[in-house]
Ligand binder design. Structure first.
Ligand SMILES: Cc1cc2nc3c(=O)[nH]c(=O)nc-3n(C[C@H](O)[C@H](O)[C@H](O)COP(=O)(O)O)c2cc1C
Length: 252
């Protein structure tokens, strides 16, 4: 049995959640990274395989580039779990949109999870999550899913979210490059939307940038920064919503 770990995870929080889950289903894991700009088209093998599709929630929607890249992968009826990962504010229509897209691409979605990971912009929210409690909870979800995998009857999933989806709001937080930059090119190579020039890493295409924070988190010299003031204000704006610890949820 192959477990397809299909993920989009600019700063690694989504991948942490995905990794906790996939290991509970088997050892034969194949990773498909949706941040890969050169992702080629493919059709998955059905057999008794399982796909786990994980994406972060950006302003209550999945990143549209991840949704576009998912269209390259044909599900071919494979049993699938969809996972939205968010920074303890809310995930609004992320899961329902992932569900719709997965179904459109031939994935047989049998379960859904919302999970929490450290907020990739305002890092004080959901700090160090997923933590050990999350891990226990996510493993118990995998256990529940395993039981469902072994029962033949299909149940109707109740995925939270609305149609039409909430409007897409760009964050517009374009990282700045400081003098610490030694032009190693790691940021340009790893930008999931190809927004950073290979010739001049300080040149970021604001039209392409999705403010995913990968360059900020990946730079070995910590040379990419976002405005402290804007981050502080954004933190204040969502403070109320982020105040209480949210728990992971399972929809079966
Ligand atoms: C552009 C952007 C928008 C975000 N919007 C939300 C949001 O609406 N709600 C929330 O709880 N977290 C939000 N977050 C936090 C991420 O969903 C969360 O940190 C997630 O774990 C990031 O995934 P990654 O670590 O795989 O990149 C946002 C992060 C970014 C970069």
């Amino acid at each position: 049995m192959t477990i397809y770990n299909i993920f989009f995870s600019p700063t690694g929080g989504t991948k942490k959640v995905a990794d906790i889950l996939v290991k509970e289903f088997g050892q034969n894991i194949e990773e498909i990274d949706l941040s890969n700009i050169n992702l080629s088209q493919r059709t998955l093998q059905e057999d008794d395989s399982l796909a786990i599709i994980s994406m972060p929630s950006f302003a209550g929607r999945p990143p549209q580039i991840a949704i576009e890249r998912l269209k390259q992968i044909k599900g071919n009826g494979i049993k699938t779990i969809i996972v939205t990962v968010y920074g303890n504010r809310d995930y609004e229509d992320s899961l329902i949109e992932m569900y719709d897209e997965a179904i459109n691409n031939g994935f047989n979605v049998i379960g859904a999870i919302s999970a929490i990971a450290e907020h990739s912009i305002i890092r004080k929210y959901a700090k160090n999550r997923p933590d050990s409690n999350d891990e226990i909870q996510l493993k118990s979800f995998a256990n529940e899913i395993n039981k469902k995998l072994n029962t033949p009857e299909a149940t109707k999933l109740n995925i939270p979210g609305n149609h039409p989806y909430k409007e897409i709001k760009g964050i517009g937080l374009i990282p700045k490059t400081t003098s610490k930059c030694n032009k190693c090119g790691v940021c340009a190579k790893n930008c999931p939307v190809g927004a950073i020039s290979f010739d001049d890493e300080s040149n970021i295409d604001a039209e392409k940038c999705i403010s995913c924070m990968r360059c900020v988190s990946i730079c070995p010299k910590s040379a990419k920064k976002i405005s402290k003031l804007i981050t502080f204000i954004a933190g204040l704006m969502i403070r109320k919503q982020c105040k209480l610890r949210k728990e992971n949820e399972l929809f079966l």
